[in-house]
Design a binder for this molecule. Sequence first.
Ligand SMILES: Nc1ncnc2c1ncn2[C@@H]1O[C@H](COP(=O)(O)OP(=O)(O)O)[C@@H](O)[C@H]1O
Ligand SMILES: [Mg+2]
Length: 316
Amino acid sequence: VAVRDFTLPIQDLRLLGPMLPGVRVALHRRVIVFINGKGGVGKTSLASNFAVNCAALGERVLLVEMDPQGNHGEDLGFVRDTSINDGGKSQADAVLNGGPIAPTGEIRDRLFVSPGGEHLERLHQELYIQQRVGELTGDSVWVHMYGVSLAAAAQAQAYDKIILDVAPGSSVLQLQALVAGDMMVIPSRSDPSSRKGLRAVARRVGEARQFNPYLAILGIVLFATGSRAYRVQADIRRQLEGDLQHAAPVFQANIRHVEAAAVACRTQGLVAQELAMDDSLDTSLRRSVIALGQDYRAVTTEILQAVALLIAQEQS
Ligand SMILES: Nc1ncnc2c1ncn2[C@@H]1O[C@H](COP(=O)(O)OP(=O)(O)O)[C@@H](O)[C@H]1O
Ligand SMILES: [Mg+2]
C-alpha cells in the first residue's frame, strides 16, 4: 500500500485525557440537549422558548447553538446584532482550543448565548478528521472536545442549565452533544420523515452511551400538532414511543400548530410568552400567541419535572 507522506495539521488532544473526570462532575444533570435527526421539527423553537422560560424562573442559562445554520438569532432577536451574532466564531475557537465556551452576550436577564453559524463548519471538519484519526489510533478522546469546553464554561460562570440545540445533519456534532450532555429532549412531528429522524437519534444514543453512561432521555415533545381526536393523539404517541423503543415517554404537554403565531414570534425576535404581552397585536393573532406561550410553559414545566425526578431517583 502506498502511503503519501504528509503531516496532517490536526489539533493535539493529549491534554484532554486528564481533564475528563472533572468534566462529568461539572456538567452532571445540568445539560439538556434538544435533538432529532431531522430538521424542521422544533428543536430551535423549543430550545429558545425553554431557555427564556428557565431564565425567567431565575436560573442562569447558557444556550449553545451547535448548528451551522442556526436560528436562535431570529427567535431571540439578535440576527443583525453583530456584537452578539458572531456566526459561531467564538464557539468554534473555544472548542478547537480546549477553552471555555464564552457567551457573546446576555440576550435576556440571566440568559447567555453562544450563537451558531458558518464558523462551525471549520470545527465540523476538524471533528470529522479527529474521528477518523481516532478510529485509526483507537483513542476516542476527541468525543469529549465539547464536553471539556462546556465544563470549563460551567465552572467559570456557574450556570444552572446549559441548553444545546444540535444540527440534525451532523453525526459528529450530535455525538459531541450527547457525550457532553446527559439529558435529552426529542422534539418530533408526527409525520413519517420526522419519525425516521427519531429512530436515527435512538441509534446515536447507543453510540454516545459508550462514552457517557449517564445519558438519559427525558421525553419526546410532539411539535406543531393539530387538535386531533383523543384516539388519534393516543395512537401517535404510542407510535412515537415505539420508534424510540419505549426508552422514554411522549410528554403530555405539546406544542400546537399555529403557523401565523410562530412566524410572528420569529419576525419580532421574541418568544411566544414575550410577544403575548404586546397588546397592539390583532386580536385573533394575539389569542394564538398567548395559547402558544402557554404550550411552551407547560412543556417547560414538564421537562423541569422530569429533571427533578431523575435527580431524586439518583439520590435515593
Ligand atoms: N407552533 C408552530 N406551528 C406551526 N409551525 C411552527 C410552529 N412553531 C414553529 N413552526 C415552524 O416550524 C419550522 C421549524 O421550526 P424550528 O424550531 O426552526 O425547527 P428545527 O430547529 O428542528 O429545524 C419553522 O419554519 C417554524 O416557522
Ligand atoms: Mg434549528
